[in-house]
Ligand binder design. Sequence first.
Ligand code: HEM
Length: 206
Amino acid sequence: MTQRVYLFARFERFWHWSQAGLIIFMAVTGFEIHGFYTLLGFEPAQELHTIAAWALISLWVFAIFWHATTGEWKQYIPSFDRLFAIMRYYSVDILTGAPHPYKKSRLHKHNPLQRIVYLSLWVLINPALWISGALYYYYNDWGPWGLAPYLKLEYVATAHVVAAFLITTFLVIHVYLITTGHTLFAYIKAMITGWADLDEDSAQES
Ligand code: HEM
């Protein structure tokens, strides 16, 4: 038996989808700047990448504030509870239709693998993107700011591209995993409406 639970707040859904849209847009413009293809033209891609960067950084600031003030940051505290069972589930058991070893609830909506991956995004990949991106953007100010002796543009660019590849890889895997709910669109629907069907035990805990 399942029960409907309000799992994702309005701001959380807004933040999730706008972040997804901005990151896809920044991957499209960024990899054009990098020279992989020509779509919008180099200069428009540069200008649009910069505008989207300010939007994404502002969104992250609001999201950090929201997580800090609502206590939702606790959802990212790492846990190793049944981590190997979950890794086994995603690599083997999912193919046999076995049940998911983790039952999520309102208070524990990320399984341990999600906690580790999302925390790495927050503390490693996102900061790597915005710090390297900001250094890139303010390249002409390195001299006046006294940074020129310590930094090299090629290192900053490499760090930015590596972080861009990592977040794009995350996105591809994430899109696959969100289709693995009890129906193809169950997880996507929950992130649109906020409501998810949970097992009765988890629903009671929620
Ligand atoms: C919010 C943080 C970000 C900031 C501040 C930022 C800023 C920048 C800047 C200033 C450039 C150089 C543009 C130029 O040549 O004038 C750049 C390039 C680039 N960005 Fe971003 N960016 C951010 C996020 C992203 C994201 C999310 C992606 C991909 C998913 C991305 C992918 C790229 C790529 C691939 C390049 C080309 C780098 C190269 O070839 O040297 N960026 N970014």
